[in-house]
Write a protein that binds this ligand. Sequence first.
Ligand code: ZN
Length: 164
Amino acid sequence: MDYKISVQELENTPTKTANINFEEKIDGINCAEPITADLEVTSLGDFVEVKGRVKGKVKLECDLCLKEFDYDLDFDIDEMFAKNSLMENYSQETEIKEGQFVEDLQGNDEIDIYDLLYQSVILNLPNKKVCGINCNGDKFQKEENLTDPRMDVFKNIQIQPKDK
Ligand SMILES: [Zn+2]
């Protein structure tokens, strides 16, 4: 199935809005279940906004014990695309406010929802992948915490015995 949105066609609809119900495994991501997304694509003059909720289950490898585990995805996306190269002097992706990026379509008529979802899933994976609280590898994590420089303060605390 094709998940490309034509900006021109979007402009020609009375509401300037398109709804996409995505349900598919995404190439390049180890999906345990298809990724689902209910997205609303709206033309806002110079920009196109893609908003919605993404859910799914992916297989990740635990950083500590290297076992594969299922990770539930559930996040919102809110992406802006600039139709024309408004921002010639900036890089292709510009942050307009904290956490919100505008991607420049650079005259391209198409927004590739499949690619957008791929990027969003990758960005929403945890930095530290741990299979669970009972992970066999958790001793490594504890050792790591002890070498955290912020923990040094505790090593220097000495309890003074009270003189009688
Ligand atoms: Zn583990």
